[in-house]
Design a protein around this ligand. Structure first.
Ligand code: HEM
Length: 486
């Protein structure tokens, strides 16, 4: 009996302690006197997100719409973790650009001594990030991206012929675009020569075992995760990615004078090269940071073009016209001239923003000039990019897909920081220029000879997968694909 009492009292004591800690954490914004939406016990402001009823971007958008104009930022709770939720574009500019030095940390969990591939640019912070960033900026320079174009075109030609000569077929668009992007990631990110079946299998396994909860817990309790030597990835999958990258680096050294075709070559040719495991971690960055948003962008783009055939014809006419002017070859100049196609891509990234938010942590206190608002040292900051992209005060009728919004004149009229699909400043997407090139080349291959239209299996309206942080379609997108005469 005494044992039972003791157990009951210990359990009650532990519960009271957890209750008190949750209450203290959820009282953070009140104690600071900062405007905020009242949090629910434990769930904070994301209850529906945790239960899968809505996407995080919708929760952020509701708060953004309710509080914008009342303060430059409000307090927000992701479960019990407090965040500064930025509402004002001037403050966004301070955080990402003018005072970026105060906000170079993202705050994701990384522990390379336990998980070597977590030493990638996206996850690292502090000195390690700084040194790696300086070197990676050289790797992803405009000159190098130009040099890699021939290899990208080679891949896209193979991809275009894989679309086949069938007059009319129903295709799974997600699988279709994945076959192109996966080939780019496997061959240009990891240097794998042919047959990417195994690479695809491991990539699928990695993503199906990715848990948003685990990622959240490491964000909430980084010290505990470090102490417990927590592994945040599927180990077998990341072992595979590491083995492939290390193997390809070895191969590459045996064939010294190969033409430039991969990012692995660029990393190993740097003046002060990283060690092989560090290079493998950057190759893994393609899977971690790149593959899902690349697939999502091309899928969303084809979906929108299928629903608006006149826009699709306009893109195709531009593509065909430019190719004709350049002897049917896609050149660097030709890519620059694909102005309307670029507008369509930008509009896709605005309406279906793959990374719906940006994260920063303040490493120094920051006082917003001319105001009483202070972001304290250690505060986690969240910039709701998808909500900004759907703000009716910035984009008229924001849910309408309208590439004309990205005509040069219309762009000039919009405020700075109102279009951030790749973030901005020091921690903006390192690969943005390459990504644009990959997406444009992919669209040319997809649209030059093929017309896309909804079919009986197309789900309209499109829904997002609420279980993912990055924006992805919930269902497979099927379309009827018609091969056109030249
Ligand atoms: C459509 C495709 C892509 C989109 C929309 C995208 C978008 C983004 C965004 C929003 C960020 C965070 C920026 C910030 O916090 O300011 C980011 C960071 C990053 N992205 Fe991308 N990305 C894409 C593809 C890729 C690819 C293919 C790679 C290949 C390596 C890549 C590598 C990275 C890295 C390494 C970072 C972290 C940079 C740093 O913290 O220094 N991304 N990306």
């Amino acid at each position: 009996m005494e044992l039972l009492h003791r157990a009951v009292f210990t359990a009650l004591g532990a519960l009271s302690l957890v209750y008190a800690l949750v209450k203290i954490s959820l009282g953070y914004w009140k104690r600071r006197g900062i405007l905020h939406e009242k949090p629910k016990f434990f769930w904070g402001n994301i209850k529906g997100v945790v239960t899968g009823k809505r996407h995080l971007q919708d929760a952020l958008q509701d708060i953004y719409a309710a509080y914008k104009g009342r303060a430059p930022f409000v307090g927000f709770f992701a479960c019990i973790k407090p965040f500064v939720l930025v509402l004002d574009l001037e403050l966004v500019r301070h955080i990402l650009v003018t005072h970026a030095g105060n906000f170079t940390t993202r705050g994701l969990y990384s522990n390379p001594s336990v998980e070597p591939l977590s030493g990638n640019l996206l996850q690292l912070d502090g000195h390690n990030w700084r040194a790696l960033h300086a070197q990676s900026a050289g790797v992803f320079s405009a000159a190098n991206i130009n040099k890699l174009l021939p290899r990208l075109l080679q891949i896209s030609r193979g991809f275009q012929s894989s679309l086949g000569k069938e007059r009319l077929q129903t295709l799974n668009i997600n699988e279709l675009v994945d076959s192109y992007n996966l080939e780019v990631v496997a061959s240009m990110g990891f240097g794998l020569p042919v047959d990417h079946t195994e690479f695809r299998r491991w990539t699928q396994r990695y993503w199906s075992n990715f848990s948003l909860w685990r990622a959240y817990l490491t964000l909430e309790f980084p010290l505990l995760a470090r102490l417990l030597r927590h592994q945040s990835y599927d180990k077998a999958a990341t072992d595979y990615f590491q083995k492939v990258a290390l193997g390809q680096l070895q191969e590459q050294r045996k064939r010294d004078r190969q033409p430039l075709q991969t990012f692995l070559q660029l990393y190993s040719r740097m003046e002060q090269p990283l060690d092989d495991v560090q290079i493998a971690a950057q190759a893994f960055g393609f899977v971690l940071a790149g593959l899902v948003p690349l697939n999502a962008t091309l899928s969303f783009c084809l979906y929108e073009l299928a629903l608006q055939p006149e826009l699709q014809e306009r893109v195709r006419a531009e593509i065909r016209g430019i190719l004709k002017q350049h002897d049917e070859q896609l050149t660097q100049e030709g890519l620059k001239e694909l102005l309307y196609t670029k507008q369509v891509l930008n509009e896709t990234l605005r309406l279906h923003t793959p990374y719906p938010l940006l994260l920063r942590r303040a490493t120094k206190e920051f006082e917003l000039p001319g105001s009483v608002f202070v972001i304290a040292r250690g505060n986690n900051v969240l910039i709701p990019t998808a909500a900004i992209h759907r703000d009716p005060a910035i984009y008229d009728e924001p849910l309408r897909f309208d590439p004309d919004r990205f005509e040069a004149e219309a762009r000039r009229k919009r405020p700075a920081m109102s279009f951030l699909p790749f973030g901005d400043g020091l921690r903006g997407c390192i690969a943005a220029q390459f990504v644009e090139q990959e997406l444009l080349v992919g669209l040319v291959a997809l649209l030059q000879h093929h017309r896309y239209a909804p079919c009986a299996k197309t789900v309209i309206p499109l829904e997002y997968d609420n279980g993912r942080l990055l924006l992805m379609p919930k269902n497979e997108i099927y379309m009827s694909v018609e091969r056109m005469d030249n």
